[in-house]
Design a protein around this ligand. Sequence first.
Ligand SMILES: Nc1ncnc2c1ncn2[C@@H]1O[C@H](COP(=O)(O)OP(=O)(O)OP(=O)(O)O)[C@@H](O)[C@H]1O
Ligand SMILES: [Mg+2]
Length: 309
Amino acid sequence: MREIAGELQREYSDALRDYLARPNERALRRVYEMGRGTLTDGVGVLGIAALHHQALKDVIPGLSEEIEEALLIKRAEDVFIESLMPFEMSHRAFREAIAVLRRMNERIEQEAKRIAHALHQEAGGLLASTHLALEELSHDLSPQGSERLTLVRQLLDQMDEQLRQLAHEIRPTILDDLGLLPALNFLAKGMSKRSGLAITVEGSTEGRLPPAVETALYRNVQEALNNAIRHAQAGAVAVMVSREARAVRCSIRDDGIGFDVSAVTAANGERGLGLVGMRERLEFLRGTLAITSAPGQGAELLMHIPLEG
Ligand SMILES: Nc1ncnc2c1ncn2[C@@H]1O[C@H](COP(=O)(O)OP(=O)(O)OP(=O)(O)O)[C@@H](O)[C@H]1O
Ligand SMILES: [Mg+2]
């Protein structure tokens, strides 16, 4: 590492000397390429600043007698700007990618609303028609047949209830209308009923949170509960929400088999998208996710989102 840094320093000083003596495109191209290289090899923007500073110390004394100081400073500025250009470009690309992701996220939420609505209205409507058709059919049946039909109707009622529950979970109107805690309680009740896992929701947000924060926390708790049901073999999960002066916290803790967090998060997308998605949703809001777990010791996810104002 020290050797590579020394080599890089020599190369940078060389290019700077070349440009300061006589401005030319080739020297600028060299420092641009060096800047680009340091983007990927981890030297970073501070490393480039240090390289430039050291290069000035190496090169200026040899040139200051021949070339005017103001001119040297101006030329050194050209070189410095050129070496930072790759960072500026990647920063811009990053900001654009974040904006695209944010728009995609908004679209997914809208889509979820549409699907939830369709599931609720259209499947609900079809079930109502089925009930009517069965009602008519029952007139033509023997008492025994009618009894069996009652059983079918009960099953249909159950289906109706489950569809309703699912539609609300996909995009709960309760989240828009009443806020995070009521929506989480509703979600926990439905998931607990389907899975047999005991899920408690406690705490308070002390009033409504910004809609983007409520949606992100809801989606993340939904994913965490899904994970607890699918992977944890847990008996109980506790969801806890608390409000600080300028932040909101939410934890999800289960008493299941736990997992090796660093192994899972190092798997670079080879596994699921759940935890990755959770982090991304939080990143939009400058929030963080901390996971503590070890095999055999349950898992705890802690989310922290700063609130403005
Ligand atoms: N509460 C938990 N208990 C035990 N293991 C867990 C828990 N949460 C996550 N894991 C482990 O972490 C892995 C990654 O979780 P993640 O949600 O990212 O993906 P997934 O659930 O496998 O797939 P996806 O969420 O994309 O459907 C899981 O496969 C599981 O091995
Ligand atoms: Mg998952």
